[in-house]
Design a protein. Sequence first.
Length: 375
Amino acid sequence: MRLVIIGGGILGTAHAWAAIARGHEVVQLEREQEARGATVRNFGLVWVSGRSAAELDLTLRSRELWAEIGGRVAGVGFRAAGSITLVRTPAELAVAEAAVGGPTAAARGFALLEPDAVRAVNPALRGKYLAGLHCSTDAAVESRHALPALRAHMAASGRYTFHEATEARSVLDTGSGAVVIDDHGRRHEADLVIHCPGAAHTGLTRELVADLPVRRVRLQMMQTAPLDEPLTTAIADGDSFRYYPGFAGAEVDSLVAEQSQTATAAEHKMQLLCVQRLHGGLTIGDTHEYTEPFAFDLDEAPYDHLTEVTEELLGRRLPRVVRRWAGVYSQSVDPDAIVTRVRADTHVWVVTGPGGRGMTLGPALGEQTADQLGL
C-alpha cells in the first residue's frame, strides 16, 4: 500500500514509521524544511508517571516502542533515565504516598525515596525537599534530533520519501484512493492519506474536517548552558501533581484546596519539569495558556519562577539561560480522548490532538492507527 502522510512532526513521523515497519510505501510532506512545532519545542520526555490509568497500557506500549527504536536508531538519543518528582510540603507528600500505594504503582515503577536515597539516585539534587517520587519507567529522547534520525532510517528501506518545504494544498478522494496536490504542483497518488496537522487547525485541516473537537495550548520553556555534572533523572516539582491525571484523587483535591501556588505559577498554570539534554544543558518549563489569541511575546515572570524552583531543588545556581521559546500544541477537548482521529473521506484521515503527550505516545499512536486502518 502507498500512503501519503501530511505533516512532519512526531505524530506524522510515527505514522510513517508504523507503515514502513509493516512493509508499506510512504511519502511524507512537511511545509517547513524541518518540523518547527511542538515536536521540537518540548522536553523529549517519554512520561509514564502522570498518565491516567485509562491510558497507561498505551503509554507503556509506547515506552516499549521507544526503547526498541532507540536500540535501532541511536540518533534519537533514547535513555531510560527515569524521573523524580520532588515534594516540598506535607500536602505534596500525601499525593506521593497515595501514588506509591495505588493500584498502578508497580506498573509505573513508583518508589518513594527519602532525601538521602534521592541523592543516591541523582546526586545533583542537593537542595531542599522532603522526599522524591521516583518513576523508573520514565525516559527521554532528543526532541530536536529524533525526527531526522528516524527519517534517515526509514529512507534506507527504499520505501520512504520525505518532501521538505512542501505544503499540501488539496486532497481529493478518488473512490479507489486519494490524490494530494502540493504547492509545487506535484500530484501524489495514494491508497490512503493521513493528515497530521499538529496545531494547524485552519487551512487544509478545516477544509477536510470543518469542526475538530480540539483546542490549542501555548507554553513557555527555556534551555540553559551545560550543567557541569550529570542530572541523572528528569525532575518535576509538586505542582506537576495538579496537571497530570494519573495523580487525581482525594489527596490532589486537598492539595489544590489547602496549598496555593505562587501568584506567578497560578496565573500561568505552571509546573516544573526539567531534563538534561545530551549536550549537558537543561530544558526547563513550563506554562499553560488556553485562551486565544495567544500572546506573541514571552513573559519573563515564569522564567524567574522556574529558575527559583530549580535552584532550590538543585541547591545551586543554574547555568546561564541560552534560549527561551514558546510553543503551541493541539489538545483534544474531550479529557477522555487520547487523540482525535476523524475520517474526512473514504481514504482520508485526520489525526491530531494528543495534547502534551505527542512525544510520549507517538509510536503507540502510529501503531494504533495502523491497526485500526488494517495496515
